[in-house]
Design a protein around this ligand. Sequence first.
Ligand SMILES: [Zn+2]
Ligand SMILES: [Zn+2]
Length: 156
Amino acid sequence: VALTPDEKQAGRLFRDVRQASLDQWNEADPPGLRALVYWRVVRHECPAARGGSIGITLREVYEASPEMHQCYCGKVGMTGKNFPHRDCDGSKVISPAGQFAFIWKEGTCSGSGCGLVVRTSKGRFVLGTDRPAEHGRANSGREASARDHDSGLARA
Ligand SMILES: [Zn+2]
Ligand SMILES: [Zn+2]
């Protein structure tokens, strides 16, 4: 899928806003362990299991992008209460809702009294059509995830 320059701009903005929000969350509530977004299970030596290895299953958090506008003044943003600007002459939709998604993961150790939290530091930016939410897919196995590819934007 080739994105237009407008869509790319919208995608970058969405990614940056979501990553900043994840950064804030990690800072406010630091996880005990950091995970990569590709992991499904993290093992740790759990004090609740006398140092035995316990697998923590990571749950996917899939944040779909909202509809995004370019205002007449040129500013690109997520459609909301204060955007597009009321004082500007108008705006156009440059990215429909769900065109992009930001994915990260979180899990908590089930060992009694442990409660270790594992969370992704860096989320993953994808195209909604390339990579729908996990629960929306027939195959959510490891293979399916290995076939996923990052869009060029993720590395831009
Ligand atoms: Zn534990
Ligand atoms: Zn404006």
